[in-house]
Design a protein around this ligand. Sequence first.
Ligand code: BJW
Ligand code: ZN
Length: 250
Amino acid sequence: MNSVATPNISAELRRRLDAAKRVLVLTGAGVSAESGVPTFRGGGNSATWKGLPFEIISSGAMLERDLPAVWEWFDHRRDKLKTIQPNAAHHAIASWQDRFHELTVVTQNIDGLHQRVGSRNVVELHGNIWRARCTVCRLAHEIPMDGDRPEACGECGNSLRPDVVLFGEMLPQGAFEFASQRALGCDLCLVIGTSGIVYPAASLPEVAKSAGAFVCEINPEPTPLSRLCDVVVTGRAGEVLGQLTTDSRG
Ligand code: BJW
Ligand code: ZN
């Protein structure tokens, strides 16, 4: 790590943003934290549901053992999300679409908040809570925000599961490969609000760095990725990105 910018945004980062042509943004739960979406880790706690740590309830093994319990956990979270609004970080990232020659937003979040404010072609590494998927034919079904979730597959009648990537499951076909290609080709990589411990997502900044990109982390806490970053901005995503887009040409 070459420099730590706290609490001001580094002049180097502003210069890099002004010069960048191909930008990769990797986001994690911290980007939605200021909207009120709980993170998984941090603050000395980890998310739990009815006493089960999320590593258990959000696992492929649990899905096989007790699909209704897994649905209950995701139904609860979708309910909470209905009243939640995107924050300044989501808006800033969406506004960058027209700023750079190429912007790739890669998210580990399943909340759909980037898309709600107009981010296009978001690479969803871990799926989306607003979709269900057939356990047999894999057909995706949208879950309406204002209605009931479908009970069974419209095509083959088999049971549905949340269209999210649980621990121990493979990522959606092609998503990580696409993100890796963009990481290899970017000149600026922003790593925002992720603890950087879940793989393979956490390898993307490493790929970008080894291919010569400038890597910047925005997070109130240090992470295992901080050491490889050229700049670490210690702060909250909404505040930092809000400031970056209002102070510069945005
Ligand atoms: C703020 C903020 C503010 C707070 N502003 N910031 C290599 C080694 C060892 C194990 C593995 C490995 N490769 C793969 C594995 C296994 C596993 C893994 O990585 N385990 C590690 C934990 C060790 N990976 C997988 O199983 C993946 N599948 C896979 O690799 O398949 C092949 C394979 C299978 C089995 C073995 C080997 C290979 C799939 C991973 C799926 C992750 N799924 C989850 C749940 C999704 C469903 C749900 O929502 O319930 O995805 S887990 C959870 O973690 C969720 C997140 O997307 C993911 C990442 O979390 P994230 O986004 O970083 O959030 P937090 O909470 O961890 O951090 C928040 C951060 O925000 C903190 O840093 C705060 O400081 C910060 N923050 N306020 C900015 N205002
Ligand atoms: Zn089906």
